[in-house]
Design a protein around this ligand. Sequence first.
Ligand code: MN
Ligand code: MN
Length: 301
Amino acid sequence: MFKRIDRLQIDLPEPNKPDPEAAGVIQELLGGKFGEMSTLNNYLFQSFNFRSKKKLRPFYDIIANITAEELGHVELVANTINLNLDGSVGNGSTNPDDTPLAPVLGFDNKFNFIAGGQNALPVDSTGRPWSGDNVFSSGNLVNDLLHNFYLECGARTHKMRVYQMTDNETARELTGYLLVRGSTHAIAYAKALEEITGVNMMKMLPVPDLDNSKFKHAQKYEAKGIHRKIYRFSDNDYNLLDRIWKGPAPIGPEGQLEVVDELPEGGKIPDLDHVPEEYAPGFDEEQFRELSKRLQYEAGM
Ligand code: MN
Ligand code: MN
């Protein structure tokens, strides 16, 4: 089962101006074949389907624990998209005849404004829905780990490309952080494969062959040692992560790999204002006030 914490894994800065084009390409990191929906659901189903858990506990722990981190990545990417979309339409008018949504005609990612009310959706950068076809859960542990290694390398490639498409602070903060975390996952699966097969996977890393230190927004996280940590996303379980996650960091600044019990320091969940021309969430000030009175909570107005 899962317990939820109403925090993001990092603090996302607000963009200084709306960037709907950036939001459109970041959709690939959410609902694309190599996006966070895919890493999440691959590890989720592999953890459900894992056999001989008692005999292979450290490998089960790695896959199950990283699943929880990936769900937080889905959350982080969706919030980045929303922050970038915010304020990109509207002309101050709520009169439909003033065409307040006209700017959408010039965007590639119209789905964010038609199917969504100016918000993230589980689709790729072209609007194609995320699919269960993206899940590989073969039941064979080596094959699944090999797939996960490949998936993390592919995901890293896409993040590196999106990083180079936009320089807005929110997008860069996200991609810089995810580059570092994706690298730890690639290393974790590589180490798991090494333990089982004896093959030296580290010789292949990083894929693509370009250090995270070449990305300014990744440097900061490496300097803090985030590339050496696996967070244990559970109060009492997944206690054998350190049987695989140990030894010197194979890439990035030097230091020992460590399993940490504390969750990432994290940041607040953005609370974006209503968008009347999208009817999102669909109440005016008077109705907000009425509801908060009726349900007896402080609505902060
Ligand atoms: Mn991820
Ligand atoms: Mn990952």
